[in-house]
Design a protein around this ligand. Structure first.
Ligand code: HEC
Length: 456
């Protein structure tokens, strides 16, 4: 109701001069929902904090965010508006109404009427979206017949082979970062949460969309993850640098493996379920033991953040902003670490060259990796407008799917690798036949308002 009233008053404001914008009521909730995940005391990207009034008045590494009364010259407005807004980084742009609130607030003198309120506005899922939210994760059922896509706060589930309307599975998470069918196809997990509030995972029955269980864990969101091969546990990357192991049995306790110094962006189980491969914004790729809940080895450090990981039967695989896709032979990477020197001067010998199994160079930043259920195929999504499929054993390219709606943020293969699903930042989901390289289906799963004539 409140949201409707605000939009209505904005419409009036367009003709009748701007309505008074309140920092506490209007501006702060925008920062809290869309920005503080990266601009806070804990994470201070661009040396900018938006969780504290004094800090936000000071600005970031470039200097002040705005001069009161001059919205059009302000860094804050240029960062969140334009054709492809820079901020929020890698996320759906702010709605025009929210940009206008920030704009009007600065135009009216950027007054702080009251300190930020701590309570957070409830998640509102629009009946119809003004523009399609980015698809942050996709999953395809083992038989290849059903696809689920994470569209901001809801999961959209649809059948590949008929045109029945997608089923909407709403959540109270600000953002869902990971969706996945369990290996037997009987469960659908959706994980994410709300920045600086909670991490959450919901298990749905994919047949009827009913919730089977739901957990809230910790104080920040979960990123990408993976079901264990037995389907009894899901491992999820945490904003706190840990891998969270969440059992599907609501009576069992979740566990945590703390091993990274920044967001764990992706986690994958090995085929035998005994180890986990994890990648992080801290730029490292690590292998840890599920049973011991300990780090086995930090296998690599990239010059840039890692966005995606996978595991075939012999190698751990990771890729990220550095545009490289690298495999790490498990046996060699984890075999006895040799040491040179002795006493305090002892150093492990870096045998990286022996265990690295490089793939060909990638066209752009790697955003998503997916293996088929038999782990024979690996699909790679990058920011470039093609998806490549490799044979894991030989690390050679088998198929290239050209002209996909880039950047592709999410990718999935079914059990035998015959079907591939991808999700784009544009809001589109596509299903491809990997053998023939033919597009089976393309859709924007959420309901979107029909485009209006520009400017009128
Ligand atoms: C996912 C992380 C992320 C989110 C969410 C995010 N930012 Fe940023 N932001 C960054 C990073 C990283 C930089 C630094 C970019 C650089 O230095 O090139 C940055 C830089 C900025 C800067 C420039 C600071 C300076 O002084 O140079 C502004 C302004 C900014 N962000 C505003 C926002 C606003 C407003 C929001 C919410 C609408 C937001 N950001 C959400 C990651 C994020």
């Amino acid at each position: 109701m409140h949201r409707t009233a605000t939009i209505f008053s904005l419409l009036l404001a367009a003709t009748a001069g701007a309505e008074d914008v309140s920092f506490q009521r209007d501006v702060w909730p925008i920062f809290k929902r869309h920005c503080v995940g990266c601009h806070s005391e804990q994470k201070t990207k661009g040396r900018l904090r938006l969780d504290d009034v004094a800090a936000l008045m000071k600005g970031g590494k470039t200097g002040p965010l705005f001069a009161a009364g001059k919205p059009d010259d302000s860094l804050l407005i240029t960062q969140v508006s334009g054709e492809k807004p820079e901020m929020p980084e890698n996320e759906a742009p702010l709605s025009a109404a929210k940009v206008k609130l920030l704009h009007d607030w600065i135009a009216q003198g950027a007054k702080i009427d009251a300190a930020p309120k701590s309570e957070v506005p409830p998640v509102v899922i629009p009946a119809t979206y003004a523009s399609a939210p980015a698809v942050s994760s996709v999953t395809i059922s083992p038989d290849g017949k059903q696809v689920a896509a994470a569209c901001r706060s809801e999961v959209m589930v649809f059948n590949v082979d008929d045109d029945s309307a997608p089923r909407r599975l709403p959540t109270d998470f600000d953002i869902i970062n990971h969706v996945e069918f369990s290996p037997d196809g009987k469960r659908l997990a959706a994980a994410g949460g709300s920045p600086q509030q909670f991490g959450g995972v919901i298990f749905f029955d994919p047949a009827d969309g009913k919730q089977q269980g739901m957990r809230r864990i910790g104080t920040d969101t979960f990123f990408k993850g993976n079901f264990a091969p037995d389907g009894q546990t899901i491992a999820l990357g945490g904003a706190n640098g840990a891998i969270h192991l969440v059992p599907v049995d609501p009576a069992a306790q979740p566990a945590m493996i703390e091993l990274h110094s920044d967001w764990v962006t992706a986690v994958a189980f090995t085929a035998d379920g005994k180890q986990l491969v994890s990648g992080s914004r801290d730029k490292t790729t690590k292998i840890s033991s599920v049973e011991g809940r300990t780090l086995l080895r930090s296998v690599d450090e990239s010059p840039d953040p890692i966005n995606a990981v996978a595991a075939d039967t012999l190698t751990a695989i990771s890729g990220g902003n550095a545009r490289t896709l690298t495999g790490y032979d498990f046996k060699l990477a984890l075999s006895g670490v040799e040491v040179t020197g002795s006493g305090n001067g002892a150093r492990p010998v870096n045998n990286r060259a022996q265990y690295v199994r490089a793939f060909e160079a990638q066209a752009d930043a790697v955003m998503g990796l997916a293996t088929s259920g038999d782990r024979k195929l690996l699909a790679v999504a990058t920011r470039a407008s093609e998806v490549r499929i490799y044979e894991t054993e030989k690390r050679t390219r088998k198929t290239t799917i050209p002209k996909v709606p880039s950047p592709v943020l999410a990718i999935a293969l079914n059990r035998d690798g015959t079907r591939l699903a991808l999700g784009s930042k544009t809001g589109e989901v596509q299903i491809w036949d990997t053998a023939s390289g033919k597009l089976i289906k393309a859709l924007i799963p959420v309901p979107v308002q029909p485009a209006t004539i520009a400017g009128k």
